[in-house]
Design a binder for this molecule. Structure first.
Ligand code: AMP
Length: 284
């Protein structure tokens, strides 16, 4: 595995590979790797001659400075894990490499409705940061295929929208990979390592609440079923940002389900300052 720290190094490698008509797969991450990340690498390996991964904890997407400060960093271990998973090129840039002109006057993207709901509503500015870093990463290492996790459902939609906004939809294909879970159902996440032992046990309630919602959702008013899911979380001491049902393609929130449209149940909640998110798609 080649490790690149400078954008120029990555650009030079990829330019050669593109000339040789290699398909390039790209897996962007913030490190603190777990099997969920590696499942994206596996998917990329199956469909591309060369797999590029990145580790960059992007300061501009953290609306909460404490969350940024406490974000887990396990670089040595990550390098070994990416290498073992078959990553060909690992890009580990610095903040200055990604944002050579600083972080204060970066581009803003018109994400419309997507930025006003769910994560957009509860984490103001977060998706602008996601777009800023993805725009730059795509500029440095334009891949044929981009691999993202369904775990961050709304982020996948935002990045697809970004790709349209910057006119790359014919060049970059977005591949969305299923959420990998721990045995007890908790969606794998770098932030899980920050859970206290008792909270780690309680954390599984978030997937249980969504599963119960998925299994019991019926056409009609969705309030009661959402309230039941919220109650499950409140009983375990979660502080809830949202539990919602939304149209799976647009993320319009659904108060009254017609029983036919494909929807997604999404939740975000805190356990002692650790924010967890999860979602499950419901196909009628
Ligand atoms: P992150 O390092 O949290 O920015 O995540 C990097 C990529 O891994 C994103 O596309 C995430 O959606 C994806 N990812 C995170 N957790 C999981 C998971 N449990 N299963 C599958 N993909 C995941």
């Amino acid at each position: 595995m080649i490790i690149c720290k400078k954008p120029r190094e990555l650009q030079d490698i990829l330019e050669k590979k593109r000339k040789e008509k290699y398909e390039i797969g790209f897996v962007p991450t913030m490190g603190a790797l777990h099997a969920g990340h590696l499942s994206l690498v596996n998917a990329a390996k199956m469909q591309n001659r060369i797999v590029v991964c990145s580790i960059f904890v992007n300061p501009t997407q953290f609306n909460d400075p404490q969350d940024f400060k406490k974000y887990p960093i396990t670089l040595e271990k990550d390098i070994l894990m990416f290498e073992a998973a078959g990553c060909d090129v690992l890009f580990i840039p610095s903040v200055e490499d990604i944002y050579p002109n600083g972080t204060s006057n970066l581009a803003q993207y018109d994400l419309g409705f997507l930025e006003t709901v769910l994560e957009g509503k509860f984490r103001p500015g977060h998706f602008q940061g996601v777009c800023q870093v993805m725009d730059r990463l795509l500029e440095i290492g334009l891949p044929n295929n981009l691999y993202l996790g369904q775990k961050d459902y709304q982020q996948c939609m935002v990045i697809k929208k970004l790709i349209e906004l910057i006119g790359l939809e014919d060049k970059v294909k977005v591949n969305i990979c299923p959420t990998l879970r721990e045995e007890d159902g908790l969606a794998m996440s770098s932030r899980n390592t920050r859970l206290l032992p008792d909270d780690r046990i309680k954390a599984t309630t978030i997937s249980k609440a969504l599963r119960s919602l998925k299994e019991n959702l019926k056409a009609g008013d969705t309030k009661k079923i959402k309230d039941e899911a919220k109650e499950m979380l409140l009983q375990k001491g979660f502080l809830i940002d949202y539990v919602e049902i939304a149209n799976a393609d647009t993320l319009e929130l659904i108060e009254n389900w017609n029983g036919k449209e494909k929807v997604v149940a999404l939740a975000a909640a805190f356990l002692n300052n650790v924010r967890l998110i999860d979602n499950m798609v419901i196909n009628p």
